[in-house]
Design a protein around this ligand. Structure first.
Ligand code: BGC
Length: 269
């Protein structure tokens, strides 16, 4: 049994670092042409480094700058990808940020930025991807499904998170977006799922792992007793995007070392 994404084109948003870069590399390893999306000129060098790793390993792709919270940029990205590669088969809606604040001190700007990238960005990219899937229709030489969307959510789609109301709200909303799209487009053979990472070692949560004290307190939340790596998410994304997962749609899969079993209850309650 082999995970194959050969002949397929995948857009991975926020792929210049962190979880997105792990996903981009895994999809390329499975044979997809990967669009390594990054948000701005500031992340261009990082995106180029991810693409270099992909091509050095024998894969194929391009970098593409686009702020996913901006409608005109998202529409143009999908138009450009379709004109260069013919179509899009896979969207991984990964781009996300945290702007943490105590709730009573949270500014509207912190709220809007997080909702804009984490939620509106996923809406805009999913809308453009689904339009393209429907335009192309099913092509069995690519996949038995018409298209695949993977939303990158979080354990915080079900675990409330004090000090991060904007982030938790965006992730909770992604669950309903994902399930609604799976329901609305199931008959068109478009599969839509979420991956919910726990603590993955990336720049977004550096404060939680960069000192030994922080790491040991983080590990108290993880029964499996290790921090996750971007590849842990990449492997599942490649499987979910492949025809091996053809009967999986409308589901959130948690990749969290057991964080959602609420480790603190192992000695209390
Ligand atoms: C957040 C990380 C956090 C993890 C577990 C993720 O969604 O982005 O900062 O470490 O959830 O709490």
């Amino acid at each position: 049994m082999e995970i194959s994404l050969r002949n397929q084109v995948a857009v991975v948003t926020g792929a210049s670092s962190g979880i997105g870069s792990g996903i981009a590399k895994s999809l390329a390893e499975a044979g997809a042409v990967v669009i390594v999306n990054h948000s701005s000129e500031r992340s261009f060098e990082e995106a180029k480094a991810v693409l270099k790793e992909i091509t050095e390993a024998g894969g194929n792709g391009i970098t593409y700058a686009c702020d996913v919270s901006k409608e005109d940029q998202v529409v143009k990205m999908f138009q450009d990808v379709v004109s260069q590669f013919g179509t899009v088969d896979i969207l991984v809606n990964n781009a996300g940020v945290q702007k943490d604040a105590k709730f009573t001190e949270m500014t509207l700007d912190q709220w809007n930025t997080v909702i804009g990238i984490n939620l509106t960005g996923q809406f805009l990219c999913a809308r453009e991807a689904i339009k393209e899937f429907l335009r192309r229709g099913i092509d069995p030489s690519r996949s038995i499904a018409c298209g695949k969307i993977i939303h990158i959510s979080s354990v915080h789609e079900i675990i409330p998170w004090a000090g991060h109301a904007n982030y938790a709200a965006s992730k909770g909303a992604i669950r309903m977006l994902m399930q609604t799209l799976a329901q609305e487009y199931g008959a068109d053979k478009i599969r839509v799922n979420s991956i919910c990472p726990g603590a993955i070692q990336t720049p977004i949560n550096k404060d939680a792992w960069s000192t030994s004290e922080a790491l040991s307190s983080l590990l108290n939340l993880i029964p499996y007793n290790r921090i996750g790596q971007p590849k842990d998410i990449g492997s599942l994304a490649a499987f979910l995007a492949s025809d091996l997962a053809d009967y999986i749609t409308g589901t959130s899969i948690f990749v969290d070392g057991g964080m959602t079993t609420f480790e603190s209850f192992s000695t209390g309650g």
